[in-house]
Design a protein around this ligand. Structure first.
Ligand code: BG6
Length: 297
């Protein structure tokens, strides 16, 4: 589809200092946020924060060089919105929100120099065919000295529903062997690779395929990268589960939209509602899942 008309009308309808709507990577519509505090890019396809770098810093988010940038396909990297379900037990994997074209609701320049972009998504015939519920999703992205992403899900129908999901953040790393993740010490986790349960001891390090669901975790995680001497703090709200993922060698080779060697330069820390952390929404009720990402001094 040609999005040049949409991009033109978004620039007319949402004029805002620091926000420019562009055609990005093969033509997908996106908002480029550029202000004194950071550079960021939000794809309207998927409601997806694709790039974020505080001013003067390396990008904090990772984006695959092999990603699809096509309607109907998820973007590999950045922050996919997994909703209204997490995982691949139902199809499409991780829900349909990351596959849809969202609507722009507003673009704002804040007093501190940051920008806030708000997108929304609600049911249509294609979502009702996959999941028979009326909903409204609002994704608020505030990009400044830190990145805050807030996903508000509302039940706009007249029957209760249950949902799972995640803000599936991909972080860039100097090399995965230099990375340790702090903040999960003592937490119970399910090793998704074989279903076994464990208790985390100390920080998480990576030396093989890692796919873990940490339960009852509400505190921030800190990614320490000794190669770049960098610490990224990943906070969250509305989430009691955290997913930690690196596909390592074999799974990287199996994924068409992931380079064979790219597992060296990324890891995922996901603010999730997954496993036993299921959200129930009565008609008229809302749930906010949020994550904040910043480089620690
Ligand atoms: C993670 C899951 O959240 O997402 C992994 O724990 C999965 O099992 C990964 O492989 C990527 O999923 P997808 O659907 O984007 O390939």
């Amino acid at each position: 589809m040609d999005f040049s008309g949409l991009v033109g009308s978004l620039n007319r309808d949402f004029p805002c200092e620091g926000v420019e709507f562009v055609e990005w990577n093969g033509g997908l519509p996106a908002a480029k946020l550029s202000n004194p505090l950071c550079e960021a890019l939000v794809s309207i396809h998927g409601g997806h924060v694709s790039e974020y770098a505080p001013k003067g810093s390396k990008p904090l988010l990772w984006l695959s060089g092999k990603s699809h940038f096509e309607e109907g396909k998820p973007i590999r990297g950045g922050i996919p919105v997994c909703w209204p379900w997490f995982g691949s037990a139902a199809q499409p994997a991780h829900g349909f929100a990351r596959l849809r074209l969202w609507r722009v609701k507003s673009a704002v320049r804040n007093a501190d120099g940051s920008n806030t972009l708000t997108l929304s998504l609600s049911e249509d015939a294609s979502t009702l065919a996959l999941w028979p519920h009326k909903f409204n999703l609002e994704l608020k992205v505030c990009a400044g000295a830190s990145l805050k992403v807030e996903l508000k899900a509302s039940n706009t129908g007249d029957v209760p529903f249950k949902l799972t999901g995640a803000l599936h953040s991909y972080f860039s790393a100097s090399d995965i062997s230099n990375v340790e993740v702090k903040g999960l010490d003592g937490a119970q986790y399910i090793d998704t690779l074989n279903g076994s349960s464990h208790a985390q001891r100390g920080s998480v390090r990576f030396s093989a395929e890692t796919d873990r669901l940490y339960q009852d975790t509400v505190s921030p995680c800190v990614i320490e990268d000794s190669g770049w001497g960098r610490r990224i703090v990943v906070g969250k709200e509305g989430s009691r589960s955290t997913v930690v993922w690196n596909p390592w060698v074999e799974k990287s080779r199996r994924m068409p939209d992931f380079g064979d060697e790219e597992y060296h330069s990324m890891l995922c820390i996901e603010a999730a509602n997954a496993g036993t952390d299921v959200v129930s929404l009565n008609p008229g009720a809302s749930h906010v899942l949020a994550t904040s990402i910043s480089e620690a001094p």
